[in-house]
Design a protein around this ligand. Sequence first.
Ligand code: ZN
Ligand code: FE
Length: 246
Amino acid sequence: MEFNKARKIIGIRVLSDNVIWIWENNNSAVVIDPALSQPVIDYLKGNNLNLEAILQTHHHLDHIGGTVELIKEWPNVKVIASVKEKDRIPFQNLSVKEGDTLHLLDEEVQVLEVMGHTISHIAFYIHSKVPVLFIGDTLFSAGCGRIFEGTYKQMYDSLKKIKSLPKNTLIYCAHEYTKSNLLWALDLEPENQNIKNKLIEVEKKIALKELTIPCLLEEEMKINLFLKADNLKGFSYLRANKDLWV
Ligand code: ZN
Ligand code: FE
């Protein structure tokens, strides 16, 4: 394996706040959670890229909505999803579970189960000197996913799993929620200078129409109150508070 390789991963903003990630190498590409098909088709065709795989973190429509159309364009594409989601992601053709390793674009990708947002949400981790995590709706910059199907304990354990990864892991989340998450965090911790600084940085990026993600795990440990919570009770309080805040 080649280390320190510069990886090309671009984000396409769709719907109100979704981000579709496209990871490319030479003439091949992997798409993560295609909410829509057309922007992906336009990008891949415009850049002469063959779609090798689609990674699905969970079954929500804003993550799988474009997949069927992409399969029509690239009939040999691998559609990789949790083995537990054969009913809700029926077009999957490569079913995976916690601990599985995939070989994509000359790299090793590990499957992590991160339950909470849904009961079988998974994440994809590129294990290398410059680690990358495609985390779907489990973690957002300065926030975390709503607990729709799982328990507080499952989500808390999923965040612990993320915290155990190398600090230089770049985290690619599926939504651009950073600013509103930071405003919520500042409501709770108005004196937190790390969060204030991050808000300034994020507002600059937004003014330039840039994405505020991916985020770096090391930085999230300082600004993400959910990651900073060190017990289940504290985490549950924050999650319930955030549910009512919006
Ligand atoms: Zn979702
Ligand atoms: Fe989503």
